[in-house]
Design a protein around this ligand. Sequence first.
Ligand code: BTN
Length: 247
Amino acid sequence: MTATPAWPPSHGLRHFEDIDSTNDEARRLAAAGTQGPIWIIADRQTKGRGRRGREWHSLAGNLYATLLLSPASRTAQCVQLSFVAGLAAGDFVAHCAPEVDVRLKWPNDVLTGGRKIAGILLEASGTGSPDWLVVGFGINLVWYPNDAEFPATSLVAIGVRPPSPRDALTMLAAAWTQWYRLWETRGFAPIREAWLSRAAGLGELIRARLAEEEAGGVFEGIDETGALLLRESTGNLRTIAAGDVYF
Ligand code: BTN
């Protein structure tokens, strides 16, 4: 899918030069009764957060943006939006770097040349039908951390002239809207299919690092909840709801 730049994005927008975390700001807005959709973008974050409690280094130059949504869907379905987000971020990177193979790593990282160029942090209130959902995007436009657990890269490092964070958000927001509309109208099936067509390591031996252990096996796909399906050497098909994948 192609992105059509237009500023500001069709949703509401709040820009900060410095903030603790755009996800935290989105949560504060939701707590104060602000209804989404609204994008929050910051030039820098002092407490950028990644998945599983990791720090997300947030010096100026890269994209730090969060979409606050006030969803009507149940939490179980909202988890599917992490794949919508992965597709949108992947489209953004593919649009900037058309010559490069862009892959999606479960659950929602974007890779180029096997290195992570974007990460997504999805958070929702409560169970059942959440009052709010925040989808945070960190995209490495000009720099990347050297000390990340999974090797990282940036658009500049792969030889691409990056857009400004503001233009990057415009493109990302357009891509998000297209995939989100598809999800709203046709459900998870086409999202799952599109995601699998871009998945890194599908059909290959992978390792999944879970909270208490590491699991290994052949990556067979994702189920209708977005959980990872891993065929273990015993033949057992294991369903993994949360973890980190390594190759
Ligand atoms: C990950 O891969 O671990 C997810 C990284 C998500 C980082 C983004 S940057 C914008 C938003 N605000 C945060 O504090 N985190 C997300």
